[in-house]
Design a protein around this ligand. Structure first.
Ligand SMILES: [Zn+2]
Length: 312
């Protein structure tokens, strides 16, 4: 994607701020040792990262990723541009416990349906991150893509909320309002076999995101992006957004977990060397909101591992 570098740089800067804001206690409890092996249980537990963009500018991306997978006990859903589809399909076949291939498509491309079919033929497991759309996500012209994803019972990762600006001195046909979390509700209901995964929890429309997740068993969100940095001094505010924990809510949740936080999955959306800092940010939020150990496990990897039927 043309925005790749700017997005990575932006997020790297954001996560550096976030890491420097963590208390020494948090930092010491979660830091890896100098050998690269995880030191404490939060990182040693299996992680499934929904949001790893394939970096077409890095020839060593796959081998770099495999190193990170080894040191963090991580499986990465690799969001792959069509032009790199074969490289990632091959890497996923060779490393099924580490790499799960997801296809990035431009929903407005004339041949988007054929691209989706080719991703499917290559063994891809879903689509994402869908973003920079010319119409709102629930526009009927996008339904042929969703119909295919529904037939394949895929996970589809949608960007939600505020989106970066790539160009400052040229016109752009980009608007965050087309990617509001509220649009995901209609997709989840019309296409019930799709697992609708919203990136960034609708930033800043967290309440809409959470309410849609509460009512729809096939809707989840990741907390990648700037939210955990923005809210680092007030992480307990997530209790107000995910308010229904423990109440007798009647929709299906992973593991029948009564925690509202079971609607969240782990996603990093940073360069590989920064994934560990996002793991720490998630755990800081868990601590602030007193998320149970069982639910943490589901968020960090259990939910996606089950959905994707990952080995071991
Ligand atoms: Zn995004």
């Amino acid at each position: 994607m043309p925005n790749y570098i700017s997005r990575r740089k932006f997020l790297a800067a954001a996560s550096t701020v976030a890491v420097s804001s963590l208390s020494n206690t948090n930092r010491n409890s979660a830091l890896a040792t100098t050998t690269g092996q995880p030191k404490s249980s939060p990182i040693a537990e299996r992680i499934v990262d929904m949001h790893v963009h394939f970096d077409e500018t890095s020839p060593s991306f796959v081998s770099d990723l495999l190193k990170v997978c080894g040191s963090l006990n991580l499986t990465a859903c690799v969001l792959t541009p069509f032009s790199s589809r074969k490289i990632v399909a091959e890497a996923a076949k060779e490393n099924p416990g580490q790499i799960v291939p997801f296809g990035y498509v431009d929903l407005d491309a004339n041949d988007v349906v054929q691209q989706v079919d080719e991703f499917h033929a290559l063994g891809y497991r879903g689509l994402g991150e869908l973003e920079f759309v010319k119409k709102p996500f629930n526009d009927p012209s996008y339904f042929p893509v969703y119909e295919l994803a529904n037939r394949y019972a895929w996970i589809v990762l949608f960007h939600t909320g505020i989106v970066l600006r790539k160009k400052f001195d040229e016109p752009e046909d980009v608007a965050s309002g087309r990617m509001r979390p509220i649009h995901l509700e209609e997709i989840a209901r019309r296409f019930p076999k799709i697992t609708v995964l919203g990136a960034h929890c609708g930033n800043p429309e967290y309440e809409w995101a959470a309410e849609i997740a509460r009512w729809n068993p096939n809707v989840f969100f990741d907390l990648s992006g700037s939210s955990l940095t923005k809210m680092r001094e007030r992480l307990a505010d997530f209790r107000k957004i995910f308010w229904w924990s423990g109440s007798d809510w009647k929709t299906d949740t992973p593991n029948s977990d009564p925690s509202a936080y079971s609607k969240i999955v782990f996603g990093s959306d940073v360069k590989l060397s920064e994934i560990e800092s996002v793991v720490r940010q998630y755990h800081a939020m868990f601590d602030a909101c007193e998320v149970s150990p069982q639910t943490r496990k589901m968020i960090m990897g259990g939910t996606l591992a089950r959905m994707l039927r990952l080995p071991g």
